[in-house]
Design a protein around this ligand. Structure first.
Ligand code: SF4
Ligand code: SF4
Length: 540
């Protein structure tokens, strides 16, 4: 299988690229959304269907719905109309998409992905297209076009790497979002996106964990953090009047390796005496609305702010999450802001005013922690991470969407002694996606995920071979869920961790008992032991 996946040969399109017929196949597509989830969210056309069915059971007037939807959005979103009009087909973005690099499918070139939509725009919304049709670069909207949209708009992780290289700043992720939103109007959506979104409204979080289950998980983590440190660590839930509402992705309290990141947060908050609360209602930072529609994104984001208002907190602190931050940074203010009922966030320990959060009133945990370290407020022993030789994967959304590049690195360099960057053209703004974001991190499309993640894995392999890297750190819940599979497949021997897990290891807490293991229960090794094991070519 691996040999087949690395055998990537550029395929030239046979015939006209505008021919919409696609080969929908297992391993490259996600399951259609279950009707119960479509109904729960109040979305149109709930029905039992699967992408491999020949009849997709579209509503009778599906074509009118799509064209009306497109017209409405062209009027509403200036960026959408602009992106439809201004591409000069220079090709600078063509080889920048990890799905193209991993699959060699020409329709995975960002420029062609966008053309799948643009050709319909030209045909129905431009004078030349209405008159000259194909000659003006247009094509008719058919059921095959809908199937092609579904296939390729769900082979884009909305990572925005291509936009970094476009001289016009065309953001293909926005076009994908628009494509998915239009598909939603006729009930063509995936279960992996809609079920977590429905669960968020039903119980508060993606997995559908009910409030008492949430409390059990949090209490369990608090107990474990207490055991590790010998200190009494408690986590307030739904506490009115706390200064800070802390919101994390739900994977932090039910998944591994996320869970170790949660232990790191709890230890940090205990050490600095943060006056905070978590919430069973806003028990999910992730926002699967981003992968579905602007409307759903807005509704999910509003939950966090409603809860902040109800609890009467002053400001919000957010954990290691990817799309929560993209939504927050790029859309929240327009959709639900400004959050005038909250205060501009101020660190209660250092007095730093987070002016960048003046409107959203929400601070990233890495900004918060980096500020504490910068002001010398934490005692850190980086030797406690000597068993790790770390590199850092810039998770697409915090890196490209909000420019959070330095803070995680600053923390890492203060909490571990062995850190190596991956090659320059694969990190920071140019970071390669994990290949499983934007609602693609499920099992049924694993082949495409492994293909899409190949460029990221390749860069990790490089630093593993050159520097003996054995840990890939990141600050996104989807990354933590999907990178372990990617590493196991392409770069065995490299584990995955959150930045605050390493912070938790290194944090010397006031009055703590002697710590003999890290947060995973692994025995600490000394620098000398690490060096000798690295010389032997192995790692603890
Ligand atoms: S780089 Fe920009 S202008 Fe050039 S083909 Fe890609 S989207 Fe079009
Ligand atoms: S946004 Fe990312 S996944 Fe989508 S076309 Fe651009 S590079 Fe590819």
């Amino acid at each position: 299988m691996q040999e087949e996946l690395v055998h990537i040969e550029p395929k030239l399109p046979t015939g006209d690229w505008r021919d919409p017929r696609v080969e929908l196949r297992k391993g490259a597509i996600c399951y259609g959304a279950a009707p119960k989830n479509v109904s729960y969210l109040g979305l149109p056309n709930p029905r039992a269907w699967q992408p491999l069915d020949s009849d997709w059971k579209l509503p009778p007037d599906w074509k009118r719905i799509i064209l009306d939807g497109m017209k409405e959005r062209l009027g509403k979103y200036r960026s959408f109309r602009l992106f439809m009009d201004i591409c000069v087909r220079c090709g600078a973005c063509a080889d920048k998409c990890h799905f193209y690099l991993g699959s060699a499918d020409p329709k995975n070139m960002p420029v062609v992905r966008a053309e799948l939509m643009r050709s319909i725009y030209r045909r129905y919304f431009t004078l030349s297209g209405r008159i000259f049709g194909k000659l003006a670069g247009g094509r008719d909207l058919t059921e095959d076009v809908i199937k092609e949209w579904f296939y390729y708009f769900y082979q884009c992780t909305e990572c925005r790497r291509c936009s970094v290289f476009c001289p016009y700043g065309i953001d293909t992720a926005e076009i994908t979002m628009m494509g998915r939103e239009l598909l939603n109007l006729i009930g063509c959506n995936t279960n992996w996106v809609l079920e977590p979104a429905a669960n968020c409204f039903r119980t508060g979080n993606h997995l559908g964990i009910q409030p008492h289950g949430f409390k059990d998980s949090i209490d369990f983590a608090a107990e474990e953090a207490s055991e590790i440190t010998g200190l009494d660590i408690k986590v307030p839930i739904n506490r009115k009047g706390a200064e800070v509402l802390f919101v994390m992705p739900s994977a932090d309290y039910f998944g591994t390796p996320h869970y170790y990141t949660l232990l790191g947060y709890l230890m940090l908050f205990r050490e600095i005496g943060l006056d905070y609360t978590v919430s069973a209602y806003a028990s999910e930072g992730g926002n699967f609305g981003l992968f579905s529609s602007h409307e759903l994104m807005k509704r999910l984001n509003a939950k966090i702010y409603d809860e902040a208002r109800r609890l009467g907190v002053k400001w919000i602190l957010g954990g290691e999450c990817g799309h929560m931050w993209r939504v927050l940074h790029q859309y929240m203010d327009t959709m639900n802001g400004p959050a005038d009922f909250l205060d501009v966030p101020v660190s209660p320990v250092t007095g730093t005013v987070f002016a960048n959060a003046r409107s959203t009133k929400m601070v990233h945990i890495c900004e918060f922690t980096a500020d504490l370290i910068h002001h010398g407020k934490l005692r850190l022993d980086p030797r406690r991470n000597d068993h790790w030789n770390a590199t850092y994967h810039d998770s697409c959304n915090p890196a490209r969407a909000m420019g959070l590049l330095e803070e995680p690195r600053y923390i890492l360099k203060n909490v571990c002694n062995h850190f190596h960057e991956m090659p320059e053209n694969t990190i920071r703004e140019q970071t390669f996606c994990c290949g499983s974001g934007a609602g693609l991190g499920t099992d049924e499309n694993l082949e495409m995920r492994l293909r899409g993640g190949f460029p990221r894995a390749n860069a990790v392999k490089y630093v593993k071979e050159k520097h003996g890297v054995n840990l890939l750190t990141c600050i996104c819940a989807i990354d933590k869920a999907t990178l372990p599979t990617l590493m196991e497949y392409w770069v065995p021997g490299v584990e995955v961790a959150g930045v605050h897990e390493l912070l938790g290891n290194a944090l010397v807490m006031t009055g703590e008992k002697e710590r003999l293991t890290d947060l995973r229960g692994e025995t600490f090794v000394t620098t000398a032991q690490f060096a000798s094991s690295a010389c032997e070519g192995g790692h603890a």
